[in-house]
Design a protein around this ligand. Structure first.
Ligand code: ADP
Length: 384
């Protein structure tokens, strides 16, 4: 099929920042795009060929949108998966597949998938209702501490809680959930795998999340991870095996724990471009966004090597600020060596909202890390 400067249409469900960065690549290749998103102010609106406002969870909306495109992809997991299945049956290519999204959308199904495919993950129990957890504790079937996770619709930590005593269970939503062993990890790592329908498969280098010592928030994504080669190789192998087990098409971002014993466990996966791959825009031969386009269009995959060390800092709304956004001191960080800000195009800030990110590249990763700290101290996302 001819995708370039043609009538071919790529549909994207979701019009947020991941979609916007994907559209930089479709613009580069002159590929036509349609985007569906519930917000009239979606970041994608400025860069797609056709924008449709609509509910991503509504069956009819998604089916009608999908029927107008040749290949459909998504930049967010919370979309109507029954609609994707209908579209596949009608012959529209949906990548990643509805089958994989159905497993990934539900953390209980996802964990069972790893068990069934002999992929390493932490121990867990599955509950149809959170109210059943207490019984399991009282009859000795479950021990503190553990991690409660809502099976569906959690994101950025909202559906996750460490439970150390019975009272921690109070107030949890009473839906399907899992109770997972609390992993005493040394590092949180991630590997992005790209695979096309021909089965060509490539991994990006392992990245490391560095956490703020007190606030339990990722501060820096560091590429490459500062870990021994054997551990990096093991992490890449686990990620490759996960992508193969899913028969995945597109990007699969595999979030991993490196345990104290240097074992690698899968935490969860995301079937799309991922926060842990933003540094690839400046630091890699092929950005994760270009790679996603190549993979879903069954084009040859690009080189995943890094050209230079890269660090990513998220720009989130400062506490105590809600309203029209200002990026305070953005000119000061742009004076620093190898620093590129990405502004997602959301007019309104609120505490912790993801508003953009900054990439720092440097031949010397330690220098990049020092500059990243300066960036973090200098720029503030505040309101007028
Ligand atoms: P989300 O889907 O909201 O990103 P995650 O499952 O990635 O949720 O969990 C969020 C964070 O909680 C992880 O990045 C990690 O720091 C911590 N976490 C999750 N599961 C475990 C676990 N089993 N043991 C220890 N920490 C965990």
């Amino acid at each position: 099929m001819n995708y370039f400067s043609s009538n071919f249409k790529l549909g994207i469900l979701g019009g947020g920042q991941l979609g916007k960065m994907l559209l930089n690549e479709t613009r580069k290749f002159d590929i036509q795009t349609h985007v569906l998103d519930p917000s009239n102010e979606a970041p994608c609106k400025i860069a797609c060929n056709l924008f449709t406002k609509g509910d991503l969870m509504d069956y009819d909306t998604v089916v009608n949108f999908g029927r107008q495109v040749d290949i459909l992809t998504f930049e967010i997991e919370n979309v109507n998966v029954d609609a994707l299945e209908t579209l596949e049956k009608e012959g529209i290519k949906v990548y990643p597949s509805s089958k994989n999204l159905r497993v990934i959308q539900n953390k209980a199904k996802q964990k069972l998938f790893y068990l069934d495919h002999n992929l390493p993950t932490s121990e867990f129990s599955r509950f149809a209702y959170a109210s059943e957890i207490e019984d399991a504790i009282l009859n000795g079937g479950l021990k503190f501490p553990f991690v409660w996770k809502s099976a569906q619709f959690g994101y950025d930590g909202t559906g996750v809680k460490i439970v150390r005593a019975l009272e921690d269970l109070k107030g949890l939503p009473n839906g399907e959930c899992i109770a997972e062993e609390l992993v005493d990890f040394k590092n949180e790592l991630a590997v992005i795998v790209a695979r096309n329908p021909n089965g060509e498969i490539k991994t990006y280098p392992v990245v490391e999340m560095e956490f703020h010592p007190e606030a339990n928030q990722v501060e820096y994504v560091i590429c490459p991870a500062r870990i021994p080669n054997e551990v990096a190789e093991k992490a890449q192998e686990v990620a490759l095996n996960a992508s193969k087990a899913y028969n995945h098409v597109g990007l699969l971002a595999v979030e991993l724990f490196q345990t104290k014993e240097d074992d690698i466990l899968i935490n969860e996966v995301a079937p799309r471009p991922h926060n842990s791959g933003h540094q690839t825009i400046e630091a890699s031969y092929t950005s994760q966004f270009e790679q996603h386009v190549r993979a879903i269009l069954n084009l040859p995959l690009g080189n995943t090597n890094s050209k230079v060390g890269g660090i990513m800092v998220n720009l989130v709304g400062a506490e105590g600020h809600t309203g029209d956004v200002i990026y305070e001191n953005i000119d000061a960080i742009m004076k620093m060596d190898g620093v590129t800000p990405h502004i997602y195009g959301k007019r309104q800030t609120r505490p912790f909202r993801k508003m953009g990110h900054v990439t720092i590249v440097n031949e010397d990763l330690n220098a990049a890390r020092r500059i990243a700290e300066e960036v973090k101290k200098t720029i503030k996302v505040i309101s007028k």
